[in-house]
Design a binder for this molecule. Structure first.
Ligand code: KET
Length: 405
């Protein structure tokens, strides 16, 4: 019955759609044979397929041959998974880890970690704003705002050079009120591919410490920059310097386990007692949201991370994915240079790292790429390099050139 009295929710407006996920839907509905998805941050192999990593297959097969009961996990997640997260991010021997100064939760992907962290910060620092890089992953804005924090930006990307506005970034961060939250990308910055060098991180750390700022580091692409350990340089340097900070890590990309929703939230605290209290309140946040995390993906990942042989396999698999991303950067760079003959500088493709590059293409050009050439980028001009293959890279280069010239 739809009488006026029973018509509820008529004031609910339609959803405009997510700027990234909605592109996946349009791409899937596109019937053109030469379509290329360079939008969502997902790693594809050179055949354009989502890989099933052999280390994951092996761990999962072993689990399936030993199917057991499925109790609720603890609110904070599996202990073996949580300690593996700490080892992967900071190293098993790091004093913060051995000293019991890291509160780690198993979370629903990197997104779940960001959300639980944002809720926690809003509760204990209700006056604090969060400062994110200009630009950042679109969903950072939505998540922090959704948790009640005011979101502001600090300078980051320089469109003129395709590099970093490091001095302007530091200058801005120096002006922030104490206890401001500063969202940082540990490696493979999304959407620009522009990272701080190790020396720049070392320069940033005193600014964070002396300003009494609360760093929140997002690491969603560990292994896709320079290496599994190399990509944690910022985390380890911050912990070495005695900073207290939050880390949201994701296993979606580096395990190619997007749908299993596996990640972690780690809070590096001043001492063991504070860590226990923080972990307790994080658990309270989770309990009031979704109660406890799921088992399957975490079991698989925990097995890979805690078994020496599987870990070595996975390390090699991440190196292979990283190598392919780099090779595709070089091939697109070479293909564009062959067309442009010096008319446009596309060296940003080589200096930027990780899955993404910022092309500088405007909304109209991105729309032309999609409508005229079936090449999908995010509206901001972000190109996901891992959607390129040796088969489609020439087509993409010709399409980019067609909309740029
Ligand atoms: N942090 C960053 C920086 C990030 O790019 C993503 C996903 C996440 C966190 C979320 O990770 P997950 O484990 O899936 O919750 N980014 C890609 C996918 C998306 O938008 O959801 C992307 O930017 O395309």
């Amino acid at each position: 019955m739809t009488t006026a009295a029973s018509a509820l929710f008529t004031h609910v407006p339609p959803y405009a759609g997510d700027p990234i996920l909605s592109l996946m839907e349009s791409f899937q509905a596109d019937t053109r044979a030469d379509k290329v998805s360079l939008s969502i941050g997902v790693y594809f192999d050179n055949a354009g397929r989502l890989p099933m990593l052999p280390s994951v297959r092996r761990a999962e097969t072993a689990l399936l041959s030993n199917i057991g009961p499925r109790p609720y996990l603890p609110i904070e997640g599996m202990a073996a998974y949580r300690s593996a997260v700490q080892t992967l991010l900071l190293g098993a021997e790091h004093e913060a880890v051995t000293g019991g100064r890291v509160a780690t939760l198993q979370t629903l992907g990197g997104s779940g970690a960001l959300k639980v962290g944002a809720d926690f910060l809003h509760r204990y620092y209700p006056e604090s704003n969060v400062w994110v890089s200009d630009p950042t992953w679109e969903n950072h804005h939505a998540m922090f705002a959704g948790a009640g924090l005011k979101v502001d930006t600090y300078p980051y990307y320089d469109p003129a050079t395709g590099g970093l506005r490091f001095d302007a970034m530091l200058a801005k961060l120096r002006t922030l009120p104490r206890h401001s939250v500063v969202l940082l990308h540990a490696c493979c910055h999304n959407p620009t591919g522009v990272d701080l060098s190790d020396a720049q991180w070392q320069e940033l750390i005193p600014v964070l410490r002396d300003g009494g700022l609360i760093p929140f580091v997002d690491i969603a692409y560990q292994g896709f920059g320079d290496g599994l350990v190399e990509d944690t340089f910022a985390l380890r340097a911050m912990a070495d310097a005695g900073l207290q900070f939050l880390i949201a890590n994701s296993f979606s990309k580096n395990f190619s386990m997007y749908g299993e929703r596996c990640g972690g939230l780690s809070v590096v605290c001043a001492d063991r007692a504070t860590t226990e209290a923080v972990l307790g309140q994080l658990k309270a946040t989770v309990r009031a949201n979704y109660s406890t995390p799921p088992t399957h993906g975490a079991r698989v990942i925990e097995r890979v991370l805690n078994d020496a042989e599987l870990f070595a396999m996975w390390t090699a698999e991440t190196a292979e994915m990283r190598g392919r991303i780099r090779a595709m950067r070089e091939q697109l760079h070479a293909a564009l240079n062959a067309i442009f003959q010096g008319r446009h500088n596309v060296d940003y493709l080589l200096s930027q790292r990780g899955m993404f590059s910022y092309t500088g293409l405007n909304k109209t050009q991105v729309a032309q790429l999609r409508d005229d050439h079936a090449v999908y980028l995010v509206g901001s001009g972000r190109l996901c390099v891992s959607g390129l293959t040796t088969d489609n890279v020439e087509h993409v280069a010709r399409a980019m050139a067609a909309v740029m010239e």
